[in-house]
Design a protein around this ligand. Structure first.
Ligand SMILES: Cc1cc2nc3c(=O)[nH]c(=O)nc-3n(C[C@H](O)[C@H](O)[C@H](O)COP(=O)(O)OP(=O)(O)OC[C@H]3O[C@@H](n4cnc5c(N)ncnc54)[C@H](O)[C@@H]3O)c2cc1C
Length: 263
């Protein structure tokens, strides 16, 4: 009997950046050729006593980069993240050889505005879109020439959770087609914060108006906390967005205990 080829590479951690005890950015060498499009996800895993545990993680990196980058939140008592959070540079993990997902930038419908709404680690695919478009724009190639504009709202409880704020602020100040607004939902726990406050779903109406975004010219993308996705979908649909112009990537299912809040 021939053994089926392994679906996984042995990947290695290149480096990690810890934002807090439960948020980190991991950069990995996938361990072999890995093709993907901005907005897709990789499947990472660990093997313990012959049993493999794997989960989906949105790629933060752009396909132009060699390393794969991920923004990961620790779920205490989760099946995989406690193990992922133990990893140091040089350590091995599993990475499926094939990227997956359809949470891609909509370049088909003719909409040139893209409203990107996320909570915490849900910013990952939007960083990938922005890095990719920025590179295309700088080199004068790719879809940026068709004047695609990205409008990004990111919610978190406190500002240390943003992870990519410096990079996204810098891109926003260099690229006229990119706007980024991070919003903190617990400003009373974040005395230094002088930026936008509130939950992103509550800020949606305000920013669609400020940015002049309408259902007939804008595709919306919702990524991260399932409750934020549900609330935002409802707000957008009431404002005229059709189901097919709202793309969603929920990171997990909401439990009854948790259904009260989103950043
Ligand atoms: C397409 C896709 C892309 C994803 N991308 C990312 C990413 O970029 N970064 C990232 O950190 N996660 C991402 N996730 C979530 C990830 O796949 C895992 O579910 C998560 O890391 C928890 O894994 P775990 O094995 O530790 O916990 P599990 O054993 O899977 O979960 C334990 C329990 O915690 C709940 N749960 C899972 N995640 C959370 C959470 N964040 N907050 C609260 N409760 C949770 C689960 O519903 C379950 O009830 C993505 C999920 C999908 C489907």
């Amino acid at each position: 009997m021939t053994r089926s080829p392994d679906k996984h590479y042995t990947a290695r951690i290149l480096d990690r950046r810890d934002l807090s005890q439960d948020l980190c950015v991991l950069r990995i060498d996938p361990g072999g050729p890995f093709e993907y499009r901005a907005g897709q996800y990789a499947t990472l895993g660990l093997e313990n006593n012959g049993a493999r545990t794997e989960r989906a993680y949105s790629l933060v990196s752009s396909p132009y980069e060699e390393a794969l980058e991920f923004f990961v939140e620790l779920v205490p008592h989760g099946g995989l993240t406690p193990g992922l959070f133990q990893l140091k540079p040089g350590d091995a993990l599993l990475c499926r050889k094939i990227a997956k997902g359809r949470f891609l930038l909509d370049l088909q419908t003719g909409h040139t505005n893209h409203l990107l709404i996320s909570t915490v680690t849900g910013i990952a695919p939007f960083v990938s879109y922005t890095r990719t478009l920025y590179r295309d724009w700088k080199s004068g190639s790719g879809p940026a020439r068709a004047e695609h504009r990205l409008f990004c709202l990111q919610g978190a409880s406190r500002s240390f959770e943003f992870g990519y704020r410096e990079e996204l602020d810098r891109l926003a100040s260099n690229a006229p087609w990119f706007k980024y607004v991070p919003a903190v939902s617990r400003p009373w726990e974040d005395g230094q914060w002088t930026g936008e406050t509130g939950r992103v779903d509550d800020l949606l109406r305000k920013y669609t108006e400020i940015w002049g975004l309408r259902a007939d010219n804008t595709t919306a993308y919702l990524c991260g906390h399932p409750k934020m996705i549900e609330n935002s979908r409802g707000i957008l649909q009431r404002a005229g967005w059709k189901k097919e112009s709202i793309l969603e990537e929920a990171y997990y299912q909401v439990t009854i205990k948790e259904s009260g809040g989103s950043a």
